[in-house]
Design a protein around this ligand. Structure first.
Ligand SMILES: *[C@@H]1O[C@H](CO)[C@@H](O)[C@H](O)[C@H]1NC(C)=O
Ligand SMILES: *[C@@H]1O[C@H](CO)[C@@H](O)[C@H](O)[C@H]1NC(C)=O
Ligand SMILES: *[C@@H]1O[C@H](CO)[C@@H](O)[C@H](O)[C@H]1NC(C)=O
Ligand SMILES: *[C@@H]1O[C@H](CO)[C@@H](O)[C@H](O)[C@H]1NC(C)=O
Length: 470
């Protein structure tokens, strides 16, 4: 087909181009920059892991060529948020390069300078490097010795007011086998019980870490998130900025940021919503290990839409309420598994870009995987579909009022599909325990508070007015 001819000639052209550029680079730039780095004096103690300097952002020639090809094919163009200035969302340091994620989405293939700062936020002399935004919202930059903060700019002289601290992802081997990206939290439905059920459910499936992004959340719901942060189970990124935008506009940005967040940190990850649960018969991590031949970079799973016809409760009341209100206890009616809008688990390091499919229906033909998220895999890596007997993504999908898809189940034949009994009773136990740890209130007897604590500082008698903390 015409497309194949184009692709292979693009490859050939890029290959030659690369050799020429590479040679040129080696001959002229290398020496000058090394000299600069040595001349620079700094008061920073540079730990051994940060004594790394790299010259490119690609880990291999193949990798570099694929990147160029995907760029040439315009695979990651999302000119849909051209109303913000360039603000950093995250910055991650890996063994060989750095990824910076941006809040804007009209930048793909534009050139931006990576700028590097030491531990005192002093710019590292002569360190800047011209990078290219690709995929959308992401700039990759080489490593610099001693860099602890980074920024981006269109011009080298532009002042960087707030460099961002690099998040450490310089791991030789991923810390986690399975960590999950949760789509930004929004909306007015209370989240506390869902957050706990989501995390405990996926821990039982083998996940050991979670990346949360917050759009808007109540203080009450935030409390349980903070608890999980303290436990070291989750990482929270709050998406806030001066530019107003509709909540769904964050989703694409969150996916890019979370992809970069998971790279080198977790072997497997997936991008799912707070009302979704991956369910397997034998544990997700066991399943991944059993299908993984070392060359697998993506696993696609079917969806099991389950009718959700009510809201979660506002606040914790008692154990009985939690058992009753857990989403998996309350809803079990489904129209059966489907590959429509299915989702995937990926190896973040082996996947170069993840695209939100709904915007890309017209690009399904180009040989790059396209389901709910289309992804471009590294050369040599493969993708696998696993059927609903072994894995499903249970999506507790509301069928009322919200902003779209009302009554999606109308006209479909519904059957009951609860979680396996053993799983659900263990889950219930864990959710109740966690919720009680965080939300149960044990009142204090005011007359047991020592007098000197309030008298000496002229606070009111606690039996008249307690001045409680929460
Ligand atoms: C984005 O906005 C800038 C400045 O208003 C404009 O120059 C540029 O052409 C716009 N890009 C797109 C793709 O709309
Ligand atoms: C943010 O969340 C709070 C608490 O759930 C809610 O009352 C408020 O309406 C939300 N704001 C927006 C803009 O969604
Ligand atoms: C499904 O949910 C309904 C309503 O909560 C419940 O009465 C029923 O027992 C559940 N079915 C199964 C098989 O658990
Ligand atoms: C509060 O503590 C006081 C003194 O220890 C005790 O006499 C009283 O019965 C307690 N009140 C309650 C409600 O437990």
């Amino acid at each position: 087909m015409g497309l194949h001819v184009t692709v292979s000639s693009v490859y050939r052209f890029l290959f030659v181009l690369f050799l020429l550029l590479g040679l040129n680079y080696l001959l002229f730039y290398e020496d000058a920059r090394k000299l600069n780095t040595e001349l620079q004096t700094s008061q920073c103690e540079v730990p051994e892991w940060n004594q790394i300097e790299t010259d490119s952002v690609s880990t291999s020639l193949w990798n570099a060529m694929s990147r160029w090809l995907w760029m040439a094919l315009d695979l990651s163009k999302e000119n849909n948020q051209n109303y913000t200035s360039i603000i950093l969302i995250g910055a991650y340091v890996y063994p060989e390069y750095i990824s910076i994620t941006l809040n804007s989405q009209f930048m793909v293939k534009q050139r931006l300078y990576c700028r590097y700062f030491d531990c005192k936020k002093q710019e590292i002399y002569g360190s800047e490097w011209q990078g290219i935004v690709f995929p959308e919202s992401v700039v990759q930059c080489p490593r610099r010795i001693g860099a602890e903060f980074v920024g981006v700019s269109r011009e080298t002289e532009e002042e960087i007011k707030n460099p961002m601290r690099l998040v450490f992802r310089n791991y030789d081997k991923p810390v986690h086998d399975l960590a999950i990206c949760v789509a930004p939290l929004y909306g007015s439905e209370p989240k506390w019980i869902q957050i706990v059920e989501f995390i405990e459910h996926h821990k039982m499936e083998g996940a050991t870490f979670f990346y949360f992004h917050i759009g808007n959340i109540s203080d009450y719901d935030r409390r349980v998130l903070d608890e999980y942060v303290n436990n070291g189970d989750i990482e929270v990124k709050v998406m806030q900025e001066k530019y107003e935008r509709p909540f769904y506009a964050w989703q694409l940005i969150e996916i890019q940021d979370c992809h970069m967040r998971a790279k080198y940190h977790s072997k497997w990850t997936t991008f799912i919503d707070i009302d979704e649960r991956i369910s397997t018969s034998n544990g997700l991590l066991n399943l991944l290990n059993s299908v993984d031949n070392g060359k697998l970079a993506e696993v696609q799973m079917p969806i099991l839409n389950i009718v959700k016809s009510g809201n979660a409760p506002e606040k914790y009341e008692n154990e009985e309420q939690v058992r009753r209100e857990m989403i998996s206890m309350k809803y079990n009616k489904t129209a059966g598994p489907t590959w429509d809008a299915s989702k995937a688990l990926i190896r973040p390091e082996k996947v170069s870009l993840v695209i939100w499919m709904n915007l890309y229906k017209d690009r399904l033909q180009i040989g790059i995987m396209s389901i709910h998220y289309a992804v471009a895999l590294d050369p040599g890596y493969t993708t696998k579909r696993i059927n609903h007997q072994r894995i499903v993504l249970r999506h507790y999908r509301t069928n009322y009022d919200r902003e779209n898809s009302n009554n999606w189940e109308r006209g479909k034949r519904l059957t009951e599909a609860p979680l396996p009994l053993e799983f659900s009773s263990e889950l219930r136990k864990r959710v109740v325990e966690k919720v009680q740890d965080v939300y149960e209130k044990v009142p204090v007897n005011c007359s047991t508070i020592p007098e000197y604590m309030w008298k000496s500082r002229k606070f009111p008698d606690p039996c008249e007015r307690m001045l409680i903390t929460w």
